[in-house]
Write a protein that binds this ligand. Structure first.
Ligand code: C5P
Length: 217
């Protein structure tokens, strides 16, 4: 089976030296890519800027901005049986990228106008496909700091994916930049499964097994 995985943060530039980003380390996505490779699958890993070595047998596509990630996903999605969108894509980017470094000058405040980025997960919902060319199973991630289950259920509905993997990023020791995580899986059927706190590598192996079981692969 062919698995497309997105991982890591994106960077949205505001001038030649500054960008907006987030604390995603890419560890969860890279662990999923590795677990899929270890079980004999082909993997395309579309990665934002992270400090991790690319899994040797994955086809890794390095991107920086959310726009680049969008284009890379759409360039590779037609080949994929499962798409796991684990990247922490920026929801907003600066409306304008200044060609020169923004100077502090004498201003007492500075307002930055942001515009929404293109939602990659949502864009896969309505992907046109030929009749005999089935849609890939799409798995989204939800990093939440409160009301994790309710937000994840809403995301599953809104983004039309097969499965949402929710994690609580409010606590220390799990979620962003940590080696461990704790996951709640919400399936389109309504079924909910909890994967108790464990190393991301262990959770990634469980997730790949679950893809087999639920997607009949
Ligand atoms: O709506 P929210 O950004 O919280 O949804 C998170 C999910 O959507 C993650 O799977 C993330 O990879 C994906 N996403 C995306 N493109 C965006 C924003 C989020 O694919 N621009």
């Amino acid at each position: 089976m062919k698995i497309l995985v997105t991982a890591g943060p994106t960077r949205e530039p505001l001038d030649p030296v500054r960008y907006l980003s987030n604390r995603s380390s890419g560890k969860m996505g890279y662990a999923i890519a590795q677990a899929a490779l270890d079980t004999g699958h082909e993997v395309v890993l579309i990665s934002g800027p992270v400090a991790l070595a690319a899994p040797p047998r994955a086809r890794t596509v390095q991107v920086t901005t959310s726009d680049e990630m969008y284009e890379a996903v759409h360039a590779w999605v037609r080949d994929a049986d499962v798409c796991v969108l684990c990247a922490a894509v920026a929801d907003f980017r600066p409306a304008k990228i200044e060609p020169r470094k923004i100077k502090k000058g004498a201003r007492s405040s500075f307002t930055l106008e942001l515009v929404p980025t293109r939602d990659i997960l949502l864009s896969l919902r309505d992907l046109p496909r030929a009749e005999n060319d089935p849609r890939p199973f799409v798995v989204g991630f939800a990093a939440e700091t409160n009301d994790v289950l309710a937000h994840a259920q809403e995301k599953l509905r809104a983004k039309g994916c097969a499965l949402i993997v929710a994690n609580d990023v409010s606590g220390a020791g799990v979620g962003f930049d940590s080696d461990e995580n704790e996951l709640t899986l919400i399936f389109a059927s309504g079924e909910i499964r909890v994967l108790a706190r464990a190393k991301k590598t262990v959770l990634a192996a469980s997730l790949v097994k679950i893809f087999h079981e639920f997607f009949n692969l």
